[in-house]
Design a protein around this ligand. Structure first.
Ligand code: 4AD
Ligand code: MG
Length: 431
């Protein structure tokens, strides 16, 4: 019977078949110790010369790293081995022994080399566990919205209107229509949908032709966005802190082993509960100036500024009311102070930077036209978006959470390229 390693606990003493790969092997004259993985976990197979046919023991000598195998054996409890069980091997079927040495051996490879081998690197323990945490983050995100009565609205990837700004668009030819873009955000479409469904969300890939080669930027990244009719920017902040809390708690509850392999200090995650600190942009600038930063009121926060601010807290911090001039055209200016917008950026602790961008949206028709023009965006491509301000317009707010940035923070990894299965960056489109 084929049994996955994660189910070994239910089959102690039984003879089962494991279908997987050899990730390491150690041999003495009379025993082969096979380190095996099958996608659900790892275990050790003990192959003793005296317990199997001669031919089986001889065949096993040829196994090398990443051989694919079906191993028959008896599951034994073993407190010394990782996972608590081992397999006393009784039979072995070899599907393939690699004809060459596996490129990713034990030695220390540079990250560039490993990125070129990404299709194989994904098999390595650390990469495996990062993807397991990513999987949980996405599962929990969807569950959060499901539990709160949101409707999933899948937003398009080909778009005709610029969602965030003209600066970093991927353009393509779209039949007779002319230029189209790969979406930077699904927000504009979620704004349409929230006028029908009230509370909506999406989760999908977004694209930015980012020329920056930082540890935080991808050209293709996944974003979860939410949009709620009748929410103001403060309701919006409450929703964000609830979402992040839910995600972190679920990762702690369901990914203990992965976090341990990643050597994540979980004490830094277990305190992530509302309320998260809220700091105005004005106060953030004052703090930065006191600390000797060159920032002037009106400048956007740079990565170093963000780190200094987030280091004041052990929870994510929401910086709100940025200057209108550094934010996107659709953000609602503060009626009492139009030089700032009713927005917030959530900065993750430990220097991980912005994980969420959020705001209340302009719901006034004339003001939105004015802001589109001020931003020198093509008014005619926003016809439909402006319609939303003509037919029962209401205040509404939403946000976008970068999945990979969130993965980086929760896993405690340095570079965003390891937070997505196949990273797309300025210098990489392979594998
Ligand atoms: O702050 P951004 O640009 O906001 C929007 O796109 C809004 N339209 C979202 C909304 O309100 N519906 O992007 C949102 C988040 C950022 O906070 C960051 O976490 C992530 O997306 N992000 C990136 N992640 C990886 N690589 C990049 N190049 C990213 N650009 C943004
Ligand atoms: Mg942003």
């Amino acid at each position: 019977m084929w049994v996955y390693i994660e189910d070994f606990k239910n089959h102690i003493g039984e003879t089962v078949t494991l279908k997987g790969w050899v990730f390491n092997k150690r041999s003495s004259g009379k025993i082969h110790f096979l380190q095996l993985r099958d996608g659900t976990g790892t275990t050790q197979g003990i192959l003793e010369k005296v317990k199997v046919e001669e031919s089986v023991f001889e065949k096993a000598k040829e196994l090398r790293i990443e051989s694919s195998v079906e191993v028959e054996g008896v599951i034994r409890e073993d407190s010394r081995s990782k996972g608590g069980y081992e397999l006393e091997v009784t039979g072995l079927k070899i599907l393939q022994i690699p004809s060459e040495e596996y490129p990713i051996a034990k030695k220390d490879h540079g990250t560039e080399f490993l990125m070129e081998q990404r299709h194989l690197w994904l098999r390595s323990s650390k990469q495996y566990h990062i993807m397991k945490v990513r999987n949980e983050i996405i599962r929990a995100t969807r569950a959060f919205y499901d539990n709160q009565g949101f409707t999933l609205i899948d937003t398009p990837i080909f778009t005709g209107a610029i969602g965030e700004g003209a600066g970093n668009l991927f353009q393509l030819d779209y039949f007779d229509y002319g230029k189209a873009y790969l979406t930077q955000t699904g927000q504009l479409y979620l704004e349409a949908a929230c006028m029908s469904f009230g509370k909506v969300y999406n989760l999908g890939p977004t694209f930015r032709a980012e020329k920056s080669k930082t540890r935080r930027h991808l050209t293709e990244f996944w974003m979860n966005e939410a949009e709620v009719a009748y929410y103001d920017y403060q309701d919006n902040m409450r929703l964000q802190e609830e979402l992040i809390t839910y995600i972190v708690q679920n990762v702690l509850d369901h990914c203990a082993e992965s976090l341990a392999v990643l050597e994540r200090d979980t004490t830094k995650l277990s305190g992530i509960k509302p309320p998260f600190p809220r700091v105005s942009y004005d106060d953030a600038v004052k703090l930065l100036q006191e600390k000797g930063h060159a920032i002037q009121w009106g400048d956007d926060l740079g990565a170093e500024d963000e780190t200094v601010i987030s280091n004041q807290y052990d929870k994510p911090v929401m910086v709100y009311k940025y200057p209108t001039q550094v934010k996107a055209f659709y953000m609602q200016p503060d009626p009492e102070r139009p030089e700032v917008v009713l927005c917030d950026d959530m900065l993750a602790p430990e220097g991980y930077g912005e994980i969420i961008g959020a705001s209340e949206r302009i719901h006034d028709y004339a003001l939105l036209i004015k802001r589109i023009e001020e931003n020198k965006l093509p008014l005619d491509s926003y016809d439909w978006y402006l319609d939303l301000r003509k037919y029962g317009s209401v205040p509404h707010s939403g946000f976008g959470m970068g999945i990979e940035r969130t993965v980086c923070w929760i896993c405690g990894i340095h570079h965003i390229r390891e937070a997505i299965p196949f990273a797309r960056t300025l210098y990489r489109i392979q594998p």
